[in-house]
Ligand binder design. Sequence first.
Ligand code: IMP
Length: 189
Amino acid sequence: MRLYLSTKNKHKITEISSILSDTEILTFDDLPDIEETGTTFKANADIKSKYLSTLVPDEYVIADDSGIVCEALDGKPGVFSARYAHENATDNDNIIKLLDDMKDAVNRKAYFICNISLAKDGAVIASFEGRLNGTIAHEIIGENGFGYDPIFLLEDGRSLAEYSSDEKNKISHRMAALNKLKKLITDNI
Ligand code: IMP
């Protein structure tokens, strides 16, 4: 089977290729900028997969949307995770804002979420969700990873930025969603 990915992110391409090892992975030469206007991760992933699948008739396309959700902030940053501090925010800008917003929060529960949408010829065929539960730290800890990893604490007391990429890949929200996709591909397609 062949699968088009909606990303240029090398890290994601490697991660997806390694788990879907029996699948031919293709990418778009000119990936259009698609506005993420949805209010949920699923809606945004569906918008991207549906549109991109119209560009490659008869082919399967997957698109993903992910982010971090904090209980004490009624679900924020949510679908705005990448641009939480402002439109062109860096990872560091977003972390500083989240630490500030959470400075008085007693409930520090949060989760990373990834939604992967599979589409063909403009229609969504299936979508898959993965989550990783944790808590928001009071400070930046660790140097690995990206995004909110340095302020996301796991049950063992380490931040996600203290995990190696191999360790993170075993437990990540993206891997959980990808494993569900792999199961569908193996069983049905
Ligand atoms: P994207 O949809 O994968 O581009 O992710 C949106 C935003 O969510 C990123 O810019 C990060 O801020 C955050 N995010 C998603 N996945 C992770 C992760 O595994 N670690 C840290 N931050 C993440």
